[in-house]
Design a protein around this ligand. Structure first.
Ligand SMILES: Nc1ncnc2c1ncn2[C@@H]1O[C@H](COP(=O)(O)OP(=O)(O)OP(=O)(O)O)[C@@H](O)[C@H]1O
Length: 571
């Protein structure tokens, strides 16, 4: 079945989540060579060679419409499933109300509500109880990716959900699950209390902070009386307490990190064979080497085995399980597509305005560059065409600086853009402290955030940053995915990201929900070619700028070469 969402309106941007994470803990567990070797025979092995492939990403909004209309012959209008409605002034008002309710008074950056989908949650086939809950939470209008994903998941398809950062992917998979599982599910023959015992959904996230964020979203929807029906199994927390809670609360939904879930499962304390849903959030991250053994176990144990026999070629992971497999990320390299084909049954690719078979996707050619030796690509591959994973409202700049002036450049950049909430990325942990020291010395409130800090220090720093007590958060790659601070209006790359995927996730920390945001990459002169390469891969205009007289000035094309020449002469 090939479908296209009949939405006449432009893409949406969802709310700010508080997804933040660091890759300490259970991802760093030792791997068994023999397990990995066996594992390599499966889809994982194939994912290794994915440097030869590119990501399948969202088109920018304007381009998207073109792509959709070109592919129209191959797609069916989702509007036939859900009568498309026009956004009336009343609808816009409802969205505005919904947003202001949900955003609260703290957020000052403007959200473009016109980018929200025209549909209401009520039109998507969700359970009435769930719709009531959503309304109570001030959520009435689904984002485009939710409009596309919810009916598709409810129709029991395996899916890969892809849309740009901050576009509401979490609810896009949580809502159809909660519509089928737990106390908010659709009544069966009018019987609301038809609750099945046992775990019905397992959601995996690559870090404990991200896992906890998802838990909080589920708890919010379940309400205080039923919040124990979701159980976290994240690393860094007391395992025996988690196991006790499992026994006592008999949760329907498990959210956790690969290491901890695999551990508890291996200890025989987690019964997931009756599980109906398996979600891998930030799936391309979960395909990385560190998670292989744990993910292998999870894929093997979640969901009842169907009678289908494994094929010799694909190995045990190819065995079809009766669970529904949902893979989610803003960036979907070919490794994800391959994994989806191996683990799912005729999976569909769900994007903001379209739903189609994975086979309908053409795979871009490989591109790759490495600028840092100890930062690995999330998927083990670099890819091209990730522009569709970037929030469309973002503005991208780069400026050239000598390495010793970078922090000063960052400070000037913050002032020039009058940025209030800034995330500065570096590739390594060690220099973060020095940057903080220099910023503080110049009167700019800053703090470092990385996985080597203790749990308490991390949460305190993050809270301070979210509360506006810090202006600049200096962090490393580990914060690039999931960290959600809606007020973040500037991302600065003090070191070049490893590849376009890393750029996209770093950049995605700002400009969430259609808010304004800028990304400034500060690079040395010899690195300019890398930025230009990134610019090509991203398909966005990364303009060269300089910072003089307290202003960010975009360099005119003819001046760019002169500046480069001047830099070469002074060095
Ligand atoms: N329809 C909606 N209306 C209002 N708020 C929404 C809606 N859908 C989601 N949100 C809120 O938007 C926030 C961001 O959504 P979410 O974290 O799912 O984005 P995402 O696409 O997963 O981003 P990322 O890829 O960066 O993780 C969440 O806090 C969620 O509560």
């Amino acid at each position: 079945v090939e479908l296209i969402v009949g939405q006449p309106y432009r893409n949406m941007l969802a709310f700010a989540s508080t997804r933040s994470y660091f890759f300490l803990g259970d991802s760093l567990r030792k791997l068994s060579v023999s397990r990995i070797a066996g594992f390599h025979k499966t889809a994982w092995l194939r994912s290794r060679s994915e440097g030869e492939s590119g990501p399948l990403t969202l088109s920018s909004l304007g381009l998207k419409c073109e792509v959709d209309s070109r592919k129209k012959d191959n797609f069916v209008d989702l509007g036939s499933l859900n009568s498309a409605t026009k956004i009336s002034s009343g609808r816009v008002k409802a969205v505005r109300n919904s947003l202001s309710k949900a955003v609260g008074t703290k957020n000052t950056l403007k959200i473009d509500e016109a980018l929200f989908s025209a549909k209401t949650f009520g039109e998507l086939g969700l359970s009435p109880l769930l719709i009531d809950r959503l309304e109570k939470e001030g959520l009435t209008v689904p984002t485009d990716v939710q409009s596309a994903a919810i009916p598709t998941i409810l129709q029991k398809h395996d899916v890969v959900v892809q849309s740009y950062t901050g576009s509401g992917k979490t609810l896009a998979y949580l809502l159809p699950i909660l519509s089928e599982v737990g106390p908010l599910k659709k009544p069966v023959d009018g019987n609301l209390s038809d609750l099945k015992p046992g775990i019905e959904a397992v959601i995996i996230a690559p870090s404990r902070e991200l896992g906890m964020q998802i838990v909080r979203e589920v708890e919010k929807l379940l309400g205080p009386a039923d919040k124990k029906l979701v159980q976290q199994l994240v690393g860094g927390a007391n395992r025996s307490r988690q196991e006790e809670a499992l026994k006592k609360n008999k949760p329907a939904i498990i959210v956790g990190t690969p290491g901890r879930i695999a551990e508890v499962s291996a200890a025989g304390k987690l019964r997931t064979h009756g599980c109906r849903f398996l979600v891998l959030d930030e799936v391309d991250q979960l395909l990385s080497f560190n998670y292989r053994e744990d993910m292998h176990r999870i894929l093997e144990h979640v969901g009842r085995r169907s009678s289908a026999k494994p094929t010799d070629i694909l190995g045990p992971l190819a065995r079809r399980s009766e669970r529904q497999t949902i893979l989610v990320s803003a960036t979907v390299p070919f490794s994800v597509i391959r994994a989806a084909r191996s683990w799912g049954r005729d999976p569909l690719l769900v994007r903001a305005k379209s739903v189609g078979p994975l086979d309908s996707i053409s795979v871009p050619q490989p591109t790759s560059f490495a600028s840092s030796s100890d930062v690995t690509s999330s998927s083990g591959s670099t890819t091209q065409g990730v522009a569709d994973s970037l929030p469309p409202a973002l503005k991208h700049y780069y400026c050239v600086s000598k390495v010793q002036h970078k922090v000063d450049m960052l400070r000037r950049c913050v002032h020039a853009l009058n940025a209030k909430t800034v995330i500065a990325f570096m590739n390594h942990t060690k220099p973060l402290k020095d940057v903080v020291f220099k910023l503080e010395a110049r009167g700019m409130k800053a703090a470092e955030l990385h996985g080597d800090l203790g749990k308490l220090a991390r949460s305190t720093t993050l809270k301070k940053f979210k509360d506006g007590e810090l202006r600049v958060l200096v962090t490393n790659e580990l914060s690039a995915r999931g960290l959600d601070v809606p007020e973040c209006d500037l991302v600065v790359n003090l070191d070049l990201p490893t590849d376009s995927i890393h750029y996209a996730h770093r950049a995605g920390r700002t400009g969430r929900l259609g808010r304004k945001g800028s990304v400034v990459t500060i690079c040395e002169e010899p690195e300019v070619f890398v930025v230009k390469k990134l610019r090509r891969q991203l398909g966005v205009d990364v303009q060269q700028c300089d910072l003089t007289e307290g202003k960010l000035n975009v360099c005119k094309e003819e001046e760019v070469e002169k500046l480069a020449e001047a830099m070469r002469n002074t060095s």
